[in-house]
Ligand binder design. Structure first.
Ligand SMILES: [Zn+2]
Length: 149
């Protein structure tokens, strides 16, 4: 991964952890999904036409991802530009600018299983922080599939 891209991820992960209250792998996934969404749609944070949908089970720690998406994209529950599609056994985020331009970023099923099995019981544990850091540094293609329309 390019240095610049990695620095961007790290900067946003710090901001997200501050907002969210702790650092964990699902928060980092949200940051990375949000950044991919912005890049693929060639837009930037705060675009009022941008809408996000988090496709995931509405339970912690999966919902930690939402805070990562919100801080990176400024699509929030509060401003009505973020929705949750409560879905078991899938973990994805969709970003949409209009009917024609949208991108779906999906965590690979193998990685999703791996993460679910690796999660420690306590959110603030050392292991959770280690997992988060690993997710922050893994190459994008080892985490996600990206479908553009
Ligand atoms: Zn969390």
């Amino acid at each position: 991964m390019q240095n610049e891209e990695q620095e961007k991820i790290e900067t946003w992960v710090k901001a997200a952890a501050d907002f969210h209250g702790h650092l964990g792998p699902f928060l980092v996934l949200g940051v990375r999904m949000g950044l991919i969404g912005l890049r693929e749609l060639q837009t930037s944070r705060g675009d009022l036409k941008l809408h996000a949908t988090a496709i995931l089970e509405r339970a912690v720690p999966f919902t930690c991802t939402i805070d990562g998406i919100q801080i990176v994209t400024q699509c929030t529950m509060g401003n009505g530009r973020l929705q949750i599609n409560n879905t078991k056994n899938r973990f994805a985020a969709r970003f949409q600018l209009n009917q024609k331009r949208r991108v779906t970023v999906t965590l690979t099923p193998a990685r999703f299983e791996e993460l679910k099995n690796a999660l420690p019981k306590t959110a603030r544990s050392y292991k959770n922080i280690q997992l988060a850091k690993r997710i922050a540094f893994l190459p994008e293609r080892e985490l996600f599939t990206v479908e553009k329309k």
